[in-house]
Design a protein around this ligand. Structure first.
Ligand SMILES: Cc1cc2nc3c(=O)[nH]c(=O)nc-3n(C[C@H](O)[C@H](O)[C@H](O)COP(=O)(O)O)c2cc1C
Length: 205
């Protein structure tokens, strides 16, 4: 089947793109509200795009009623946010944070999550997360119904058990992030395998 995305209604574009571009890693984004509370929200329009500089991206759309999400408003106001990677143990917190609650409700508190003060940004991070990345806004790319946030990662908190003994590489037996597929479907990265490229010499013989 062929689809002309320039002619499709927005919801159909969303359905097709999110159904096929996956699994998408999930950023549990923590920010600071104007009144000083913690705010948490999961974002699966998320990935890392560069290490030099260290840039990751979030895609944030408005609420259905057109109002800006709290995460976006907080990022605009403070220029800071933290991305907490999500594993199965954090999946309930992720879902609680995805509920559309009032601005003054601290979703992390609602989920019973323990938080810690940021090292370089004024956003709390989750010690339960395998890895939390403190970010400063690099730039905002504005579309009528979407903002793409580019953030520079300035600090990483990595849970010690997720690293090998030398503290250099991830321990694939311990770090099992979950990622979003379509709708309410997720996958956990617990069946990893190595793929080695074939030798070029064998192909061109
Ligand atoms: C797994 C998951 C992924 C999500 N990904 C996004 C996303 O990439 N962009 C977005 O705008 N909303 C996304 N949402 C919806 C927001 O998390 C949700 O609207 C949340 O209530 C926003 O909270 P806030 O107003 O505190 O920012 C996602 C929700 C879930 C459960």
């Amino acid at each position: 089947m062929e689809f002309d995305l320039t002619q499709l209604p927005s919801q159909d574009r969303y359905r097709l793109l999110t159904n096929f571009v996956g699994p998408r890693p999930i950023a549990l984004v923590t920010t600071r509200t104007a009144s000083g509370r913690d705010n948490g929200a999961p974002m699966s329009f998320f990935n890392v795009f560069s290490h030099d500089p260290a840039i990751l991206a979030l895609g944030i759309q408005p609420r259905l009623d057109g109002r800006e999400k709290d995460t976006m408003a907080n990022i605009r106001r403070t220029g800071q946010f933290t991305v907490n990677m999500v594993d199965m143990a954090l999946s309930r917190t992720m879902l609680v944070c995805g509920l559309g609650v009032d601005t003054e409700v601290d979703e992390l508190h609602l989920a019973g999550e323990i938080v810690a003060a940021g090292a370089q940004v004024d956003c709390s991070w989750l010690p339960a997360s395998p890895c939390a990345m403190e970010c400063r806004v690099d730039r905002l790319i504005e579309y009528p119904r979407r903002v793409i946030v580019l953030g520079e990662v300035v600090h990483m908190h990595v849970r010690a058990d997720c690293l090998d003994a030398q503290g250099r590489y991830v321990d694939a037996d311990r770090y099992h992030p979950i990622a979003r597929l379509h709708a309410d479907n997720y996958v956990v990265a617990d069946q990893q395998f190595e793929l080695k490229p074939p030798a070029l010499a064998e192909l061109v013989r």
